[in-house]
Ligand binder design. Structure first.
Ligand code: S3P
Length: 162
Protein backbone atom coordinates (compact mmCIF):
# COMPACT_ATOMS: atom_id res chain seq x y z
CA UNK A 1 0.00 0.00 0.00
CA UNK A 2 1.12 3.44 -0.85
CA UNK A 3 1.40 4.96 2.64
CA UNK A 4 4.10 6.80 4.53
CA UNK A 5 4.65 5.00 7.84
CA UNK A 6 6.46 6.68 10.74
CA UNK A 7 8.12 4.53 13.38
CA UNK A 8 10.23 5.46 16.39
CA UNK A 9 10.28 5.82 20.14
CA UNK A 10 7.69 7.67 22.23
CA UNK A 11 8.24 11.40 21.85
CA UNK A 12 10.17 11.15 18.58
CA UNK A 13 7.61 13.38 16.85
CA UNK A 14 5.75 10.72 14.84
CA UNK A 15 2.35 12.32 15.42
CA UNK A 16 3.29 15.99 15.14
CA UNK A 17 5.56 15.49 12.13
CA UNK A 18 3.10 13.03 10.61
CA UNK A 19 0.16 15.40 10.88
CA UNK A 20 2.07 18.28 9.29
CA UNK A 21 3.53 16.05 6.59
CA UNK A 22 0.08 14.75 5.69
CA UNK A 23 -1.26 18.29 5.40
CA UNK A 24 1.64 19.30 3.14
CA UNK A 25 1.14 16.33 0.87
CA UNK A 26 -2.65 16.56 0.95
CA UNK A 27 -2.96 13.09 2.43
CA UNK A 28 -4.98 11.91 5.43
CA UNK A 29 -3.19 11.34 8.74
CA UNK A 30 -3.79 8.24 10.87
CA UNK A 31 -2.41 7.58 14.35
CA UNK A 32 -2.55 3.90 15.37
CA UNK A 33 -2.82 4.73 19.09
CA UNK A 34 -5.86 6.94 18.41
CA UNK A 35 -7.40 4.30 16.15
CA UNK A 36 -7.02 1.62 18.82
CA UNK A 37 -8.37 3.90 21.55
CA UNK A 38 -11.42 4.68 19.47
CA UNK A 39 -12.02 1.04 18.50
CA UNK A 40 -11.61 -0.17 22.10
CA UNK A 41 -13.43 2.82 23.63
CA UNK A 42 -10.64 3.10 26.16
CA UNK A 43 -7.49 5.11 26.75
CA UNK A 44 -4.23 3.21 26.28
CA UNK A 45 -3.20 3.95 29.85
CA UNK A 46 -6.40 2.29 31.14
CA UNK A 47 -6.03 -0.60 28.68
CA UNK A 48 -2.53 -1.33 30.03
CA UNK A 49 -3.83 -1.14 33.62
CA UNK A 50 -6.97 -3.20 33.17
CA UNK A 51 -6.15 -5.65 30.38
CA UNK A 52 -2.37 -5.67 30.31
CA UNK A 53 0.28 -4.90 27.72
CA UNK A 54 -0.17 -8.22 25.85
CA UNK A 55 -3.78 -7.29 25.12
CA UNK A 56 -2.69 -3.92 23.72
CA UNK A 57 -0.08 -5.62 21.49
CA UNK A 58 -2.82 -7.85 20.03
CA UNK A 59 -4.79 -4.68 19.26
CA UNK A 60 -1.73 -3.31 17.47
CA UNK A 61 -1.46 -6.47 15.35
CA UNK A 62 -5.14 -6.24 14.42
CA UNK A 63 -4.80 -2.55 13.67
CA UNK A 64 -1.82 -3.21 11.40
CA UNK A 65 -3.69 -5.96 9.53
CA UNK A 66 -6.69 -3.70 9.04
CA UNK A 67 -4.58 -0.79 7.80
CA UNK A 68 -2.65 -3.06 5.41
CA UNK A 69 -5.88 -4.37 3.91
CA UNK A 70 -7.77 -1.10 3.72
CA UNK A 71 -5.69 2.05 3.73
CA UNK A 72 -3.59 3.67 1.07
CA UNK A 73 -2.30 7.19 0.43
CA UNK A 74 -2.16 8.10 4.11
CA UNK A 75 0.54 9.17 6.54
CA UNK A 76 0.47 6.67 9.41
CA UNK A 77 2.04 7.31 12.80
CA UNK A 78 2.59 4.05 14.72
CA UNK A 79 2.80 3.41 18.46
CA UNK A 80 6.43 3.19 19.57
CA UNK A 81 6.14 -0.52 20.37
CA UNK A 82 4.49 -1.64 17.15
CA UNK A 83 7.79 -2.88 15.65
CA UNK A 84 7.99 -5.39 18.53
CA UNK A 85 4.96 -7.22 17.11
CA UNK A 86 5.15 -6.41 13.39
CA UNK A 87 7.92 -7.86 11.27
CA UNK A 88 7.32 -6.42 7.86
CA UNK A 89 6.11 -2.86 7.48
CA UNK A 90 6.72 -2.84 3.74
CA UNK A 91 3.22 -4.11 2.96
CA UNK A 92 1.86 -0.93 4.52
CA UNK A 93 4.19 1.54 2.83
CA UNK A 94 7.45 3.41 2.95
CA UNK A 95 8.69 3.19 6.52
CA UNK A 96 10.62 6.07 8.06
CA UNK A 97 12.35 5.84 11.43
CA UNK A 98 12.45 9.17 13.28
CA UNK A 99 15.63 8.71 15.28
CA UNK A 100 16.01 10.86 18.40
CA UNK A 101 18.52 10.66 21.29
CA UNK A 102 17.08 9.57 24.63
CA UNK A 103 18.06 12.81 26.38
CA UNK A 104 16.19 14.84 23.77
CA UNK A 105 13.12 12.63 24.22
CA UNK A 106 13.19 13.29 27.95
CA UNK A 107 13.27 17.04 27.36
CA UNK A 108 10.34 16.82 24.95
CA UNK A 109 8.07 14.63 27.01
CA UNK A 110 6.73 16.74 29.84
CA UNK A 111 5.35 15.19 33.04
CA UNK A 112 1.77 15.07 31.80
CA UNK A 113 2.94 13.30 28.66
CA UNK A 114 4.64 10.64 30.79
CA UNK A 115 1.27 10.04 32.35
CA UNK A 116 -0.28 9.06 29.01
CA UNK A 117 2.53 6.59 28.35
CA UNK A 118 2.60 3.77 30.87
CA UNK A 119 6.04 2.58 29.77
CA UNK A 120 7.49 5.98 30.66
CA UNK A 121 6.37 5.83 34.28
CA UNK A 122 9.91 4.77 35.19
CA UNK A 123 12.59 6.66 33.24
CA UNK A 124 15.32 4.06 33.76
CA UNK A 125 12.97 1.34 32.54
CA UNK A 126 12.14 3.49 29.51
CA UNK A 127 15.87 3.94 28.82
CA UNK A 128 16.35 0.16 28.76
CA UNK A 129 13.47 -0.30 26.34
CA UNK A 130 14.90 2.52 24.22
CA UNK A 131 18.24 0.72 23.98
CA UNK A 132 16.70 -2.58 22.88
CA UNK A 133 14.33 -0.89 20.44
CA UNK A 134 16.95 1.03 18.47
CA UNK A 135 18.14 -1.97 16.45
CA UNK A 136 14.55 -3.03 15.86
CA UNK A 137 13.60 0.36 14.39
CA UNK A 138 16.75 0.39 12.28
CA UNK A 139 16.09 -3.09 10.87
CA UNK A 140 12.48 -2.34 10.00
CA UNK A 141 12.90 1.07 8.38
CA UNK A 142 13.38 1.87 4.71
CA UNK A 143 14.80 5.21 5.71
CA UNK A 144 16.39 6.48 8.93
CA UNK A 145 16.03 10.20 9.62
CA UNK A 146 17.86 12.15 12.31
CA UNK A 147 14.95 13.81 14.13
CA UNK A 148 16.86 15.55 16.94
CA UNK A 149 16.49 18.99 15.41
CA UNK A 150 13.61 21.45 15.82
CA UNK A 151 10.22 20.59 14.34
CA UNK A 152 10.41 22.73 11.17
CA UNK A 153 13.82 21.40 10.19
CA UNK A 154 12.83 17.76 10.72
CA UNK A 155 9.59 18.30 8.82
CA UNK A 156 11.44 19.79 5.87
CA UNK A 157 13.91 16.91 5.75
CA UNK A 158 11.29 14.19 6.13
CA UNK A 159 9.08 15.87 3.53
CA UNK A 160 11.90 15.97 1.01
CA UNK A 161 12.62 12.25 1.42
CA UNK A 162 9.15 10.79 1.96
C1 S3P B 1 4.29 2.53 23.40
C2 S3P B 1 4.20 3.73 22.77
C3 S3P B 1 2.97 4.56 22.79
C4 S3P B 1 1.75 3.66 22.99
C5 S3P B 1 1.90 2.78 24.19
C6 S3P B 1 3.14 1.89 24.11
C7 S3P B 1 5.58 1.78 23.35
O1 S3P B 1 2.84 5.26 21.57
O2 S3P B 1 1.50 2.88 21.84
O3 S3P B 1 1.95 3.62 25.32
O4 S3P B 1 5.61 0.57 23.65
O5 S3P B 1 6.61 2.40 22.97
P1 S3P B 1 3.69 6.58 21.17
O6 S3P B 1 4.98 6.09 20.59
O7 S3P B 1 2.84 7.25 20.15
O8 S3P B 1 3.87 7.38 22.40
Amino acid sequence: MNNIVLIGFMGSGKSSIGRALAKQKNMYFIDTDALIESFEGQKIRDMFEQKGEAYFRECEKNCFAWLSANVSNAVISTGGGMPTVIDDFSKLGKTIYLKVDFEILLERLKAEEFDKRPLFADVEFARKIFETRESLYTQKADLIMDANAKFEKVLKEVSSKA
